[in-house]
Design a protein around this ligand. Structure first.
Ligand SMILES: [Zn+2]
Length: 122
């Protein structure tokens, strides 16, 4: 299977334009380009970090910055919609091997493979 790093190859390179929400020195947050939920936000580090499972000591300040951005966005989505979920994947659960946090709200619209979701909230 070909490993594709959508965030480095497409987003951070500028090949795909995204609707930015927050940009800090090390972190970018934007609306998911093909959302799985009615509200689906993505938070990524600007430098390549594989996942939480591979974070190294010197990268934790960047993860901290991601969490600060996530806190602001959680506050906004909770204020606007009443609640949200923060999630991240690693290893086989990761379709893109670049650390990313999702903030989402609402019933799932579709699965990772694009098939219609069956009503799960997660
Ligand atoms: Zn990457």
């Amino acid at each position: 299977m070909q490993v594709v790093d959508f965030y480095c190859d497409q987003v951070l390179s500028g090949k795909v334009s995204v609707q930015k929400l927050v940009e800090t020195e090390h972190v970018l947050a934007f609306h998911h380009t093909q959302p799985y939920w009615p509200v689906h936000l993505v938070i990524i580090p600007k430098k390549h970090i594989g996942s939480l499972a591979t974070v190294e000591g010197s990268d934790f300040p960047i993860v901290d910055e991601m969490l600060r951005v996530a806190a602001d966005l959680c506050r906004q989505v909770t204020g606007e919609h009443g609640g949200c979920r923060l999630s991240t994947n690693s290893g086989d659960y990761q379709s893109t091997k670049h650390l990313h946090f999702y903030i989402h709200h609402g019933a799932r619209l579709k699965n990772e493979d694009g098939s219609p979701a069956t009503g799960s909230q997660s």
